[in-house]
Design a protein around this ligand. Structure first.
Ligand SMILES: [Zn+2]
Length: 1021
């Protein structure tokens, strides 16, 4: 099979590397590192017989380890110290003890105890979480390395930015030979993978105390940096949940419904957008400490899966020097742990290495080395339980020659043994080959700077006259958070774009431009103030990866992408970013941007009202809520005022002082104009009362919606489906209820969890002080129920607006809330987290005010709707019949002929049918009107606001295989239901902070909630 064949080939190459490189590095060590202890590579793992061990602790290690082969010579003892306390000091037991899971404060207390008692440990605070908990990084190394951390870091900084030493390779060699690398380890980003904190407490102790040659070699030659808990908010909730479980041993217990404040598992998909504090804090720590590795600990596969190596396709923006390093370190890891007799240590596997969204990938996109372990956990508990594995997990394959066992008792201690052993093996290998890895670090940084003269591009150009300066500023701020340097042109300039960049796939260089006829080259002008993202800088790779487009070939041997296949930020933000290959762009007069990028804003002009153009910038929604007492009107048609053009939906504002508006507009980056009141039809734009509704099944994906609303200052009540079920008059409290995606189908949302066995509370109690802060209930099991469904229906019938998205939209279509709409959740075509282009169908619909044509939206799996003018029909439009001829005589174009009958008289021939587009409902026929029982009255028919683009050019970024049953289908549909509306999304418009360009589809729905029928033309019959 081709896939395996390819991988085997790769393996052979890297086995050779593993064999060659260490020997080479040893030779260098011998001459260049006189301070090294012994000959490092020959240091056998195992204790120093001269150093006493902590007998009691060691005894417990053996007691909690379920099999001798789950131990290694690195962790089967604990060295004793007269001065440094072991983890026992705060845990009351050893690390990995049965039923002992420490809170963050205990883990931190221990790390600070270590710092106090050992000159080899230093603790840094690296920031706080959304809920205000501290995040730590703990450095462990020899006394002298810790004493000279700053000096060492200054040398690493020179390797990190080769411009600082004039790209002088000889100087870099000299620095690399006398500098200690930094190996950064992060634990427990995933709260239900709970073993890392105790493993890292004990690891820090070992690194500080153990005098064996193996550990001393690590301590003397590299700095280990440890963040024991990445998701601190989620950790404390996980410990609460475990304690509840221990206190109710015979009860069923809930899943960990909330991890961080906003998202659960997706906290490890935030390394691009950096929306979460944990991402920002870890990246800053990694960059500030000039680390070479970011090694993130997870728990899901038995017993240790080094998933760093992963599988193809590899991320296309990385330096091959890095992807080779993955193989070197990873296979060494497997080799050494196999030598120690530990079963189930393997690499390669199912994880593809395409998306740069994972936490550890921050190192990969910033010239370091990303690494990740999956060890085996017990679902977040600290219990010792028998675990049975499936044949798929225990079979022997070429990449898993010593597989895990089918059935074992498994303990937290076993997990801690694997984590620590793997890490120590990696640290040892890195220490032994430190000058090689430091030279690579320098080389990768240098090659990043040399990008314009090699693979390119030279720069990305973001024009000063982008129609969406707010979204542009937001994109640039993300680049700044990624430590990317930005420049700004001080004069107008032009660039030449090659033909390749303008022909071929649609809108090659921006979300909003159109495909143009193929020309040899094109010159494009840019005004002064245009942003230039130069690629001749150390962190060019992350900028390139975010600003470029992604293409996942439908015939890629990898058939199961691990995550989204597309993420192009200019596409998702609806911002232009022109990829410029011509290196002349680097000579344009420009200055470095030193301040945080903000869109310009304020009030200009003279007149009796204020007008702000609707360009879809999200700050427009913020402004409406900030100036609550002002009168905001939306123009239902484009208009011109004081010589300036305003798009449909633009705001006309009264009852606010110029000073107040100016202040808000400046802060929000909005350009307001005082103008003479235009004569254009308007309707009020109101600060609607919003609820975000969640289920108790899953809160993962809705968290991105709460994040966006919080960031933009749009207030909302956070309610569960249980609240909807017990509130008969939802209109008394809310105008708009947002129901973002959750798990399960409509039936599951209505049913909730099975009501058998015990109630499962999710609330703040003395036993669970960290649970229930975001929302709480005495019992998470009841779902929306049919009463809740009825309450929602009444809410809409009386004039409210309900927003359904993907699976909650499907619930609406399946349970009578959206007559005439059906949901196509699984097209034959294949999409895996891609950006697909759309077209505005009805520009008069307030839902698409300010939305550009050709906007790329995030599509999880190519979901679409069909619309019909009749109720109950699963498929309306042209899909109800087929215009193609039946099987018969002649060719495909010939008419069918009935034998033994004269040809049809024209009086009997079918009347020509109206052409119906895939996004349209078929017109009502005469025949249907004979008894119009199922015909939806014209004012209650679905109104399609947005559809997918034509098949050619449909894909903006990612994977699209086929597409004929996705192209042109409705994506956003407004369904009237008596006095209110149900607005349905087949895309997820608010997702991972990567879809800024589609947020306003939701905000328009909120702000125009009581005027969604504006501009609507009704069918004649
Ligand atoms: Zn994980």
């Amino acid at each position: 099979m081709p896939r395996r064949f390819l991988s085997s080939g790769l393996l052979a190459v890297f086995v050779t590397l593993v064999a060659v490189v260490p020997a080479h590095a040893q030779a260098r060590n011998a001459v260049q590192a006189p301070q090294s202890v012994g000959a490092p590579a020959t240091d056998k793992p195992g204790r120093d017989p001269a150093q006493p061990i902590d007998e009691a602790y060691t005894k417990k290690i053996h007691e909690y380890t379920t099999e001798p082969f789950f131990l290694s010579p690195l962790v089967d003892y604990l060295p004793a110290s007269k001065t440094v306390p072991t983890p026992m000091a705060v845990l009351g037991d050893i690390a990995g003890a049965k039923n002992n899971l420490p809170y963050s404060k205990e883990v931190y207390a221990y790390m600070r105890l270590l710092e106090k008692s050992s000159p080899r440990v230093k603790v840094f605070s690296i920031g706080t979480t959304e809920e205000g908990r501290e995040m730590l990084a703990v450095a462990v190394a020899s006394d002298s390395l810790i004493a000279n951390l700053d000096a060492n870091r200054a040398k690493l900084a020179k390797l990190a930015d080769p411009r600082s030493i004039g790209m002088n390779d000889a100087e870099a060699e000299r620095i690399a030979a006398t500098t200690a690398p930094v190996y950064y380890i992060t634990g427990t980003i995933h709260s239900t993978e709970s073993g890392a904190p105790t493993a890292l407490m004990e690891l820090a102790y070992r690194l500080a105390v153990d005098d064996s040659p193996y550990i001393r070699n690590i301590r003397d030659h590299l700095i280990t940096l440890i963040t024991p808990i990445v998701e601190v908010d989620g950790r404390d909730r996980m410990v609460d949940l475990f304690k509840w479980h221990m206190a109710h041993p015979n009860d069923t217990y809930p899943n960990l419904l909330y991890w961080g404040k906003y998202v659960a598992h997706d906290n490890n998909r935030d390394a691009m957008g950096l929306t979460l504090k944990l991402s920002e804090n870890v990246l800053n720590a990694y960059v500030d400490q000039k680390a070479q590795v970011l090694h993130d600990l997870h728990e899901s596969y038995p017993y240790l899966y080094d998933n760093t190596i992963g599988d193809g396709p590899y991320n296309a923006w990385l330096d091959p020097l890095l992807t080779n390093e993955w193989q070197m370190i990873g296979w060494n890891n497997v080799q050494e742990m196999t030598r120690m007799g530990m079963p189930g240590v393997w690499a390669h596997g199912e994880f593809d290495t395409w998306s740069p969204g994972y936490l550890m990938f921050m190192a990969a996109t910033h010239n370091g080395i990303s690494r990740l372990y999956e060890t085996f956990g017990n679902g977040g508990t600290a219990e010792t339980v028998e675990r049975e594995l499936s044949p798929g997990q225990t079979s022997r394959t070429w990449w898993r020659q010593n597989p895990p066992l089918p059935r074992v008792m498994w303990s937290l201690r076993n997990n801690n043994n694997y984590e620590q052993t793997g890490l120590l093996v990696s640290l040892s290998y890195f220490a032994n080959n430190r000058d090689l890895f430091l030279r690579n670090f320098y080389e990768k940084s240098k090659r990043s700077i040399e990008k314009p003269k090699n693979e390119g591009p030279a720069a990305y150009v973001l024009t000063a006259d982008d129609p969406r300066p707010g979204a542009q500023a937001e994109l640039l701020r993300i680049l700044q958070k990624q430590h990317v340097e930005l420049s700004r042109a001080t004069a107008p300039f032009s660039v030449t774009l090659p033909a390749r960049a303008r022909s071929g796939r649609a809108a090659q260089d921006s979300a909003t431009s159109r495909a143009s006829a193929s020309t040899k080259s094109e010159t494009r002008q840019f005004p002064a103030g245009t942003y230039i993202v130069r690629m001749d800088q150390p962190y060019s790779r992350i900028a390139d990866a975010l600003l470029d487009k992604q293409y996942w070939a439908p015939n890629d041997p990898q058939k199961t992408p691990y995550d989204d296949t597309g993420w192009s930020f200019p596409e998702g933000f609806a911002v232009q970013a022109v990829r410029v290959v011509d290196a002349k762009v680097l000579d344009v007069p420009m200055e470095k941007v030193t301040a945080t990028v903000r869109a310009p804003g304020g009030v200009n002009g003279d007149g009796n009202v204020f007008a702000i153009n609707h360009n879809g910038d999200n700050a427009l929604a913020t402004l409406r809520y900030r100036l609550r007492s002002a009168d905001f009107q939306a123009a239902e048609e484009p208009f011109t005022a004081n010589g300036r053009k305003f798009a449909r939906g633009s705001f006309i504002i009264r009852n606010v002082s110029r000073g107040d508006l100016d202040k808000a507009a400046r802060e929000l980056g909005l350009a307001a104009y005082a103008v003479s009141a235009p004569s254009v039809k308007t309707h009020p734009v109101r600060a609607a009362r919003v609820a975000v509704m969640h289920t108790w099944l899953s809160t993962q994906t809705e968290g991105w919606w709460r994040y966006a609303l919080d960031q933009l200052g749009i207030p909302y009540d956070y309610i569960s489906t249980q609240v909807a079920a017990r509130t008969p008059d939802l209109n008394a409290k809310y105008d708009v209820i947002l129901f973002p995606p959750t798990s399960g189908n409509g039936q599951a949302i209505i049913d909730g969890l099975p009501m058998w066995r015990n109630a499962m509370p999710w609330k703040t109690t003395a036993l669970t002080p960290n649970i229930g802060k975001l929302d709480q209930t005495d019992d998470i099991r009841p779902g929306l129920g049919f009463q809740g469904l009825e309450n929602l229906k009444q809410f809409v019938a009386r004039g409210g607006v309900l927003v359904g998205v993907t699976n909650t939209a499907e619930m609406a279509t399946d349970f009578g809330l959206a007559a005439g709409v059906s949901y196509n959740g699984s097209p034959r075509s294949r999409v895996v987290g891609s950006f697909l282009r759309t077209k505005v169908v009805d520009g008069a619909s307030p839902i698409v005010y300010g939305i550009p044509d050709d906007l790329a939206v995030y599509s999880e799996g190519g979901e679409t709707f069909n619309v019909s003018n009749t109720r109950g029909g699963r498929r309306g439009g042209r899909f109800s019949g087929t215009p193609e001829r039946p099987t018969g005589r002649g060719t495909a174009d010939d008419p069918d002929v009935v034998q033994g009958r004269p040809p049809l008289d024209s009086a009997h021939m079918a009347l020509p049918t109206e052409h119906v587009e895939p996004w349209e409902a078929a017109p009502i026929s005469k025949d249907q009107l004979r008894n119009p029982l199922s015909i939806i009255p014209p004012d209650q028919r679905p109104r399609v606001a947005l559809r997918f683009g034509d098949q050619k050019g449909l894909l903006a970024s990612g994977l699209l295989e086929g597409g004929s049953d996705i192209a042109q289908r409705p994506v956003v549909v407004d369904v009237p239901l008596q006095k209110g509306h149900v607005v349905l999304f087949a895309n997820n418009p608010i997702y991972r902070g990567e879809t800024i360009g589609s947020y306003f589809l939701v905000f328009n729905t909120i702000l125009n909630w009581d005027n969604l029928n504006a501009g609507r033309t009704l069918d004649a019959r």
